[in-house]
Design a protein around this ligand. Structure first.
Ligand code: UD1
Ligand code: MG
Length: 442
């Protein structure tokens, strides 16, 4: 059957106290909305409508960039009202429909799948048992253990609040039936809102069977505040670390390693403590990432060693068995096989040929305040310590630059380039100087 989904993302998110829309706050580097979209797509949902507030251009642009449609909820009159706002966008749609919230980043594709499966001919919601049910909507079961209704926390009696079965915020039904029920919602409740959570009771009145699919509390976490966002990050990091280790990645202290939603680590990659992965990093088998390194937009080939204290920025491509050592920063540069840049170096907008040795304190001067320029270092070149390479500049293969040189002109292959002040020596000068100063003191 065709599958469509509506993601509700028009809420004000006031509890976040942020200028950024709640659903665009990131978990493991991806907006919460992105996690929900990815999960739905993986569960075979081919059409997604994201419901936004009228002024939420950023949310709308994000949704469109992910291949979703969008619909505007003029006023934030509640989750049921928000879902109904997507009706126009789906008026030609025939099939099953899932309503999900944009603020539940830990929900997985298999839960979405399970919810579709649980629906049968009727409706399904997703619930979880909470250790601390807080302000979640409570799921009330009838005498037969089937769904009776959902009651929002603010409307619930003391007795109803005592149940630990909570509404996760996923509802699945036939699309046409759903919009018919949503049209019947009222707002006679504590918050004066049209609650999506009143739909199951309406469906039951119509004779529809209402199933409850259950998930873990972790998956169901709904993020409404900064503290809950941090909790979502913690849980997501645990999930990503566990997945990486199950795939053969070694971590000494996994709780100190931070991954991005899209980090690709092959089996037998070794990660030391306190490493942070920003988006778009790939590390091949056998590479080691040592402590306190920060990587984003980088590729690391097998056998390479990065860190400790290294920084790989977007466009860093580290070749096989290359060494990028302490306090070395690499940006938009291709570092070929076997290169060694072990200490205190900046390589930006450069290509370093295979086997070159980059001495401590080497700097590519790639920026003049207006444009970025390229530095080319040939294979097997030896860049002496404290060399400044003023780009654009080329150092030929096998060439040597003397320590302390400021290289402003291209260096031929196999040449020595010396570009520093000449040393002058004055025998005995230091001693004479000391004697003179001593006398002065007396
Ligand atoms: C909601 C559920 C609650 C459930 C909890 C799970 C309702 C009435 N309550 O409560 O049963 O336990 O989620 O996390 O559904 N939104 C709109 N337009 C609106 C209001 C909300 O688009 O007018 C969107 C929000 O952006 C958000 C989602 O709907 O993504 C849920 O709204 P939120 O205010 O977070 O509801 P909760 O109080 O968390
Ligand atoms: Mg919420």
């Amino acid at each position: 059957m065709n599958r469509a989904a509506i993601i509700l993302a028009a809420g004000a998110g006031t509890r976040m106290k942020s200028a950024t829309a709640k659903v665009l706050h990131k978990v493991a580097g991806l907006p919460m909305l992105g996690h929900v979209i990815a999960g739905l797509k993986a569960a075979g949902v081919s059409r997604i409508v994201v419901v936004t507030a009228p002024d939420a251009d950023a949310v709308r642009d994000y949704a469109h960039a992910q291949g979703c449609q969008s619909a505007v909820q003029d006023k934030q009159l509640g989750t049921g009202h928000a879902a109904a706002a997507a009706g126009e966008s789906l008026k030609d749609f025939d099939g099953e429909l899932m309503i999900a919230y944009g603020d539940m980043p830990l929900m997985t594709a298999s839960t979405f799948e399970a919810s579709f499966a649980a629906r049968g001919e009727g409706l399904a919601i997703v619930a979880f048992r909470a250790t601390d049910p807080g302000a979640y909507g409570r799921v009330l079961l009838d005498a037969f253990g089937a769904l009776d209704r959902i009651v929002e926390f603010k409307d619930a009696s003391e007795a109803e609040r005592r149940t630990d079965l909570c509404n996760a915020g996923v509802l699945t039904a036939d699309a046409r039936k759903f919009f018919a029920w949503a049209a019947k919602l009222d707002n006679k409740n504590a918050q004066g809102e049209f609650y999506l959570t009143d739909v199951p009771a309406l469906a039951k009145r119509d004779g529809a069977r209402c199933a409850v699919a259950t998930v873990t509390q972790t998956e169901a976490l709904g993020v409404n505040s900064r503290a809950e966002l941090a909790e979502a990050e913690r849980l997501m990091q645990n999930r990503l670390r566990a997945k990486a280790m199950a795939a053969g990645v070694g971590m000494i202290a996994p709780e100190t390693v931070f991954l991005s939603y899209d980090t690709v680590l092959d089996a037998d990659v070794m990660i030391e403590p306190f490493v942070v992965f920003g988006p778009k990093v790939q590390v091949a088998s056998g590479a080691q990432i040592k402590s306190h390194s920060h990587l984003e937009g980088a590729q690391v080939a097998s056998g390479a060693i990065v860190g400790p204290f290294a920084r790989l920025r977007p466009g860093a491509v580290i070749g096989e068995s290359a060494h990028i050592g302490n306090f070395v920063e690499v940006k938009n540069s291709v570092i070929d096989k076997g290169v060694k840049a072990n200490h205190l170096t900046y390589l930006g907008d450069a290509h370093v040929g295979a086997g070159a040795n980059i001495g401590a304190g080497t700097i590519t001067c790639n920026y003049d305040g207006y444009t970025k320029s390229h530095t080319e270092i040939g294979a097997g070149a030896f860049i002496g310590s404290d060399t400044s390479l003023v780009a654009p500049v080329t150092v030929g293969a096998g060439a040597i630059t003397a320590a302390g040189s400021v290289i402003t002109k291209n260096v031929e292959a196999d040449a020595l380039a010396l570009a520093r002040g000449q040393q002058v020596e004055k025998p005995g000068w230091a001693k004479a100087f000391r004697n003179y100063k001593q006398k002065e003191k007396r």
